[in-house]
Write a protein that binds this ligand. Structure first.
Ligand code: NDP
Length: 318
């Protein structure tokens, strides 16, 4: 689609507890010098706000933004923006679709899968005990990795995993095709995809259909000793069941970047489990230098009365 060149009208409001306002402002201002960009804490008159660039804005954030025309989610997962009661209907919500973000996520997934595939947690524990504990390496083609969710991030990760020589199964809602990946779709295929995995990677969005998808019964269908990598959302997994299964070793190890409650509360049992690696929700982030162009293009579209790209479907939840 040809991008219009009309000067954007109005003001953009920025909200994120995790991303640096000045960096984003500089990146966007370089593309749209005429756009007024304010931090959420500086909004005098909500009615002046035409665009919102946000990550997890608090409840009632959009109240009185009657002239809002576009919401840009500062990331891929839009679960904090759908089903809100402070949003006027029909405002397009866009997500960031950035190859750099997908590469960063694929890097995290690759690291986690290789760590489990090469038994690194076992060696880390042995080292703490001062033990020379030989465990013969498995060849990647003996290891099945199942990736649940084959979207913009999931598909890239699955592709990179098969390039490492793993047997990779993928699962999504509608049928997908990814080079070197055995793709499955639909709920009827899920248990088999879970049951074959030596390493199960969660890359699904949080939606009403995916909440608690990995319930106790499904977690129990994992191969004894298999590893779990969750870079999607904590809500997908029954956390109590996960802890129980990790304790008895049915799930051998887990790499968890996301949790039901974030930050993971102090003293939570997961913190002290020797077979769990915890990272604080940063498997991938939106990168200003590479994402600003598409955000600016969408703002130009809206100001010219044209539909933006990368719009999510609120009824689907992603
Ligand atoms: P996309 O929205 O591009 O794709 C979602 C994928 O999940 C699609 O393959 C979709 O299937 C599939 N899916 C959705 N619902 C179902 C369902 N009910 N049953 C089966 N498959 C389903 O997502 P991305 O790949 O961009 O990102 C995935 C998630 O990763 C984000 O939603 C977010 O929660 C998380 N994330 C985490 C980050 C972190 O730092 N930890 C950073 C960024 C994202 P179909 O193709 O058929 O539509």
């Amino acid at each position: 689609m040809m991008k219009p060149e009309a000067a954007p009208l109005g003001t953009l409001a920025f909200y994120s507890d995790f991303d640096d306002f000045e960096t984003w402002k500089r990146a966007l201002q370089a593309q749209l010098p005429d756009l007024k960009i304010v931090h959420a804490s500086e909004i005098d008159n909500p009615q002046e706000i035409a665009y919102a660039l946000v990550w997890k804005p608090p409840a009632r954030f959009f109240d009185r933004m009657e002239n809002l025309r576009l919401i840009v989610n500062l990331g891929a997962g839009v679960d904090s923006l759908v089903n809100r009661d402070d949003l006027p209907a029909g405002i397009p919500i866009t997500r960031i679709t950035d190859p750099q973000m997908a590469r960063m996520m694929a890097g995290y997934v690759l690291f986690s899968v290789l760590r489990h595939a090469r038994d690194i947690p076992f060696f880390e524990q042995a080292q703490r005990l001062g033990k020379w504990a030989y465990r013969h390496p498995r060849s990647p083609d003996e290891i099945t990795v199942s990736v649940l969710g084959l979207g913009q991030l999931g598909a890239k990760a699955a592709y990179e995993l098969q390039r490492q020589g793993f047997k990779v199964l993928g699962w999504s809602r509608s049928p997908a095709q990814i080079e070197g990946v055995e793709c499955h779709s639909g709920i009827e295929a899920l248990d088999s995809v879970i049951g074959q995995a030596d390493i199960l990677v969660l890359m699904l969005p949080h939606t009403p259909q995916t909440v608690n998808l990995l319930n106790r019964e499904r977690l129990g269908k994992m191969k004894p000793g298999a590893a779990l990598v969750n870079v999607a959302r904590g809500s997908l997994v029954d956390q109590t069941a996960l802890i129980d299964l990790l304790k008895i070793g049915h799930i051998g190890a887990a790499t968890l970047d996301v949790f039901e409650r974030e930050p993971l509360p102090a003293g939570h049992p997961l913190w002290s489990m020797p077979n769990v690696l915890i990272t604080p929700h940063l498997a991938s982030v939106a990168i200003p230098s590479s994402s600003a162009t598409q955000i600016a293009a969408n703002i130009r579209c809206i100001s010219a009365g044209m539909p933006p790209d990368n719009v999510i479907d609120p009824s689907r939840g992603y």
